[in-house]
Design a protein around this ligand. Structure first.
Ligand code: GDD
Ligand code: MG
Length: 345
């Protein structure tokens, strides 16, 4: 099997303010095991894809940064980086990646993995197994998602309603896909059962992707005829579409493989706290910190030492030009505050 990979590295990420910014989005932050989430994603991909068969797609102006993070790992120099002229969400970015892979010799029957660069995965070996299963299902003509058992009614994820098991393959058909439902609906999904979180990783054969794109998003598909250069030229007029809403929700060829390992998109300071190792009092730190009489706290700093005393369930994040001090459990609201803080000093 010839497998290819598309690293999606162009998102914004404002909920991790004040560290995540326009020029320093989440994928460049060291929230996982390696120097950045992007480097971690590249290393995970290497277990199944040779670096010469990968491309990274990012936003204009971020190409040099993506390149430098890829170079942290041997083989990174073999992965070209495409800069989109503007941000048009993940479906056009995946199409750009697919067209670049085609230029590098990828054929309709080849398998492609789409790998976001903004999450942490607990066990790499379990992921590699799931990638093998997904590749088999992809070759049977499906757009394959990787489904995680939901732990709480998260409103920031897509939900996959599993259907019938696929005959002879270790996955399920997808009955329905619903992107980012409101809280009450997410709660009902968990009560009803049979739903999985969409982890944001995808796998398909190049041919199936193009065929489903033609059916579900014909105007975007129409731009593929002019190749990668043509697509990028027309990019400003492309409708922003996510892979999930723009393709999966409208396709009848979606399947899911279970991803049975801890997974998080570390999209908020509360989830950073959850994935960070803790001392006996449940305090966690990234960077140099000291806790005196604290319980359940998080300290994050890349420059200065932080000292926290007598605090409970408080998170302190030391940024370049702003410091966030917040009670645990409130971090979903940081994105809104970050928007309002733009331009303040
Ligand atoms: N190149 C490029 N261009 N990459 C992008 C763009 C873009 O315009 N927009 C987002 N990305 C990248 C992000 O950097 C990230 O690695 C990945 O694509 C996913 O985009 P997000 O914007 O982070 O998506 P999301 O988190 O809101 O939702 C997706 O991921 C969830 C899991 O983390 C969906 O797939 C959900 O269904 C899923 O649950
Ligand atoms: Mg995300």
């Amino acid at each position: 099997m010839k497998a290819h990979g598309i690293l999606l590295a162009g998102g914004g990420g404002t909920r991790l303010w004040p560290l995540s910014r326009g020029e320093n989005p989440k994928q460049f932050m060291p929230l996982g095991e390696g120097p950045s989430l992007l480097a971690d994603a590249f290393r995970r991909a290497l277990s199944r894809v040779h670096p010469s068969r990968m491309v990274a797609v990012t936003s204009q102006g971020l190409g040099w940064k993506v390149r430098s993070h890829l170079l942290e790992t041997p083989g990174g120099e073999l992965c070209p980086v495409i800069e989109e002229p503007c941000r048009r969400n993940t479906l056009p970015a995946v199409l750009a990646g697919v067209l670049a892979l085609r230029d590098k010799g990828a054929r309709d029957g080849d398998v492609v993995f789409v790998l976001p660069c903004d999450h942490v995965v607990g066990d790499q070996l379990i992921l590699a197994d799931a990638m093998d299963q997904a590749a088999e299902i992809a070759l049977a003509g499906y757009l394959v998602t990787f489904g995680v058992e939901p732990g709480h009614p998260e409103t920031g994820y897509g939900y996959i309603k599993t259907g019938e098991p696929l005959r002879g393959l270790s996955g399920h058909a997808v009955e329905r896909f619903e992107e980012k439902p409101p809280f009450e609906r997410a709660k009902a999904f968990l009560e009803e059962g049979g739903y999985l979180w969409n982890s944001g990783m995808f796998c398909f054969s190049l041919g199936t992707f193009m065929e489903q794109l033609e059916l579900v998003a014909p105007s975007l598909w129409g731009l593929a005829g002019a190749g990668l250069a043509g697509l990028l030229n027309a990019y400003k007029d492309v409708e922003p579409l996510s892979f999930d809403k723009g393709l999966l929700e409208g396709s009848h060829r979606v399947a899911v493989v279970p991803l049975k390992t801890p997974w998080s998109d570390v999209g908020s300071w509360d989830s950073v706290y959850q994935v960070t190792p803790k001392d006996q009092e449940g305090n966690a730190s990234r960077g140099s910190a000291r806790f005196e009489g604290c319980r359940g706290c998080l300290a994050v700093s890349s420059r200065r030492r932080l000292v926290l005393m007598g605090l409970e369930d408080v998170m302190v994040v030391d940024g370049e030009d702003a410091v966030l001090v917040i009670r645990r459990g409130l971090s979903q609201r940081v994105g809104q505050v970050a928007e309002e803080e733009k331009g303040e000093r």
